[in-house]
Design a binder for this molecule. Sequence first.
Ligand SMILES: C[S@@+](CC[C@H](N)C(=O)[O-])C[C@H]1O[C@@H](n2cnc3c(N)ncnc32)[C@H](O)[C@@H]1O
Length: 225
Amino acid sequence: MKLENVVPWGRTLKEYELMFKILEEDKEKRILGCGDGPASFNAELTQSGCYVVSIDPIYQFSKQQISRRIDEVRPIIMQQLTKNLDGYVWDVLGSPQALENTRMMAMNHFLADYEDGKNSQRYVSGSLPHLPFDDKEFDLALCSHFLFLYDEHLSELEHIQAIIELVRVSQEVRIYPLISLNGKPSSYLSGVVRHLESLGISVSLKSVEYEFQKGATQMLVVKAA
Ligand SMILES: C[S@@+](CC[C@H](N)C(=O)[O-])C[C@H]1O[C@@H](n2cnc3c(N)ncnc32)[C@H](O)[C@@H]1O
C-alpha cells in the first residue's frame, strides 16, 4: 500500500453505534474493527473499558505520516463533498463545516491514541482477505465504509473472500454501508449474499438509524453456520 493512494477519513464511536446498532450488551464482546483507519471508534471504546482491536493497512505508517496524509486529503474530500451536497442527509451532521469539524475531532482523537494503541496491539497492520487472527478470536467484527462502498476497486469475488475471512475470525460480522460511492446500491450485494448462503453462512439485512449517504439505511449481518 502506498500512502499517496490512501484517503484517511474517520468516524466516531457514536456513528459506529448507529451504523451497526451496537447495544450495551455488544460492548461486552471481543470486537474487531476491520478497516477502521483513523476512526476514533477504537480510542473511545477502549476508554470506556471495552475490548477492541482495529486492523487496517494504514497502521503500517507512523503517526506523523498518517497525520500529514490527513492534512493533504482533507481539502480534496471537502471539495468533492460540497459538489454533491444533495447526495447526503444533513439533519444530524448539520453542514459541511460541522461535518469537517466532527471528522477532524475523530481523527485527532485517533492520532492521540495511535502510538499507545499500536504498542498494546489495538491497532494492527493488515488487510483483507488475510487477517492475522485465530478462528473465532472475536465475537463481533465491524466493517465500516470499505466493503461494498469501494466496489469499483474490489471484485465480487474479493468481497466474498473478505467476508468469509471475517466470519472465520468472528462469530458475527456487520457491514455498512451497502451502497457504493456512486450513491447506488452495490451491484455485488445480491451475488455476495447468494454465494454466502450457498456455503451455509447466515446472512440478513437490517435497518439502521444512521443515514448520511442518501439511501444507506441498512447493514449486512453475517453469521457462521
Ligand atoms: C473510508 S475508510 C473508513 C474508515 C473507518 N472505517 C470509518 O468508517 O471511519 C476505509 C478504510 O479501509 C482501509 N482498507 C483499505 N484496504 C483494506 C483491506 N484490504 N483490508 C482492510 N482495510 C482496508 C483503508 O486503509 C481505510 O482506512
